[in-house]
Design a protein around this ligand. Structure first.
Ligand code: ZN
Length: 518
């Protein structure tokens, strides 16, 4: 999911990856057996892992990164398909049994977008456009870029008074109630953060709003946090966070085929019956575009916690400030291409360990998902090398390079729905990743994988936060299939005779990891 500066640079992401891979601290001698191994098989396993860690090459990562992020590759673009084919060719080159599965999903792209202040202040039309920057060699590919928008916003053309709703979460509406402010018939403007973006238009519509704008306030995502791009990594004034606003908590995947794979002949809902499309039109805007709108607001001064980082007095409204919001999309079907590559298991071939990362992006996607995808590719190449050296995984490993993750977990959901029965019978674990960056090792997932995760954390050459010695990772979150983060060291899960997660096989387990360095 897109949390990064939309105009992010390939070079920044690539350099942190190089760090991530070239750092090869000696793993401390550990005489303890790995969970699920005898002391003898632990020794053999550690030797294989040592060999595995020697293989990934920064030069390869750089080359993959530059290739995959060279052009915009959102769903439906020529380059999205080319990337899928290129990834498939790589998996084949590494010796994996590979194919591409195609699904056809509803995927709206913007046709008309208007945000303007029509009353209550100087006339203003929002730019809704990220400028090309000389420091960012791909930012001028504007003809291929998806305009800034929210995927699965309903079409609409509304003119109404504006109300500022802070983060636009339920407690903000309770505060508005206490202030005697209603959003009924109004357009709301909310700032990003403190909830997933799709919640904001949903809650706004439930309170009677007719339109929704979501902007990135510099307080959370801009100059208040640090230097902005290109001087630093924070969002510049014209940067816009694209994203999906589909009601994914209701159901993820193609809005027209809930519960079944979006194959050619699948029975599809009518667009107007798709429950996950928003109830009101919604658009994301930059803080440069938001400022004139917020400045025009009158009414009550916003409570202290509601004030952002723009140098203005934040008002809640409503007042004379009236906004015109228009959103119109092309509501077409687009193909998504999932790349599926297999390494057969030697002992338990019917037990599948799935390993996924998505390959589609909102724009060039150097950070999300390419920094994750390139590590997965090198990981697969390393396993290919180990296979040639005589290593055999006990369980079948299936690599999945998903398409259509950004607009709504499309590729992974449709694949899982299509292969539901096989997955019920064979899937034992799912290991997901999304991006690599600076920071620490982070893992979230099924509780049963806690010991396994602790083992990884102990032996991994990746720095951990400054926890006291002996601290353990506690998995605190439920599995979120296809919710990003990167794993590079998972050989023990694949080769152990009875890994910890094999003791609880009622549901496939999953986890997300992010491996990175400060
Ligand atoms: Zn992602």
């Amino acid at each position: 999911m897109n949390r990064s500066v939309a105009v992010g640079s390939i070079l920044l992401s690539a350099s942190s990856l190089i760090f991530a891979v070239t750092y090869k601290a000696k793993v401390s001698a550990d005489d303890q057996s790995l969970a699920g191994y005898s002391s003898e098989s632990s020794r053999a396993e550690r030797q294989w892992e040592e060999k595995f860690r020697e293989i990934p090459s920064p030069d390869n990562l750089r080359a993959y990164m530059q290739h995959l992020s060279a052009r915009p590759h959102n769903v439906g673009t020529v380059y999205d398909k080319e990337n899928a084919e290129w990834i498939a060719a790589k998996f084949k080159e590494f010796g994996l049994d590979t194919h591409i599965e195609q699904f056809d999903v509803l995927y709206p792209t913007p046709k008309e977008r208007v945000v303007e202040l029509v009353e209550g202040g100087p006339k203003f039309s929002a730019k809704l456009q990220e400028p090309a920057l000389s420091d960012d060699p791909t930012s001028n590919q504007q003809a291929e870029q998806l305009p800034t928008y929210h995927a699965y916003s309903k079409d609409g053309d509304v003119t109404a008074p504006l109300v500022y709703v802070n983060y636009g979460i339920p407690e903000d509406y309770e505060q508005l109630d206490r202030m005697g402010v209603s959003v009924k018939g109004k357009i709301v403007i909310a700032r990003y953060f403190h909830s997933w973006r799709g919640i904001k238009p949903k809650v706004a519509a439930e309170h009677g709003a007719v339109g929704c704008l979501i902007y990135s306030d510099p307080h959370e995502d801009g100059f208040v946090q640090g230097e902005t791009f290109p001087k630093g990594a924070w969002r510049p004034k014209d940067g816009v966070q694209r994203g999906s606003v589909a009601d994914m908590p209701f159901y993820p995947g193609d809005p027209l085929t809930p519960g079944v794979g979006a194959t050619k002949d699948a029975k599809r809902l009518k667009i107007e019956d798709a429950a996950t499309i928003t109830k009101i039109p919604v658009l994301p805007i930059s803080y440069a575009d938001a400022q004139p709108l917020l400045e025009a607001l009158t009414g009550r001064v916003a409570p202290p916690q509601w004030r952002g980082g723009l140098g203005i007095t934040y008002h809640v409204g409503p007042g004379d400030a009236k906004v015109h919001l228009k959103v119109k999309s092309n509501w077409g079907s687009k193909p998504v291409y999932d790349v599926i590559a297999k390494i057969p298991g030697a002992t338990f071939p019917d037990e599948w360990v799935l390993r996924g990362n998505h390959h589609d992006a909102w724009v060039n996607g150097a950070e999300d998902p390419t920094s994750g995808m390139v590590a997965v590719l090198e990981e697969a190449r390393a396993l290919g090398e180990l296979l040639r050296a005589g290593w055999k995984p006990k369980r079948t490993i299936i690599y999945c390079a998903w398409d259509g993750e950004e607009p709504g977990l499309l590729g992974s959901t449709e694949w899982a729905e299509t292969h539901y029965d096989e997955l019920q019978a064979h899937a034992v674990a799912y290991i997901n990743s999304d991006s690599n960056g600076r920071g620490y090792l982070g893992i979230e997932g099924s509780h049963t994988l806690e010991k396994f995760s602790n083992d990884i954390s102990r032996t991994s050459p990746i720095p951990k936060p400054n926890f006291p010695p002996g601290s353990e990772i506690i998995c605190t979150k439920s599995p979120k299939p296809n919710r990003p983060r990167t794993a590079r060291r998972f050989v023990s899960a694949l080769t152990s005779a009875s890994p910890p997660w094999a003791q609880d096989r009622t549901t496939p387990l999953s986890f997300n990891m992010m491996a990175s360095l400060p």
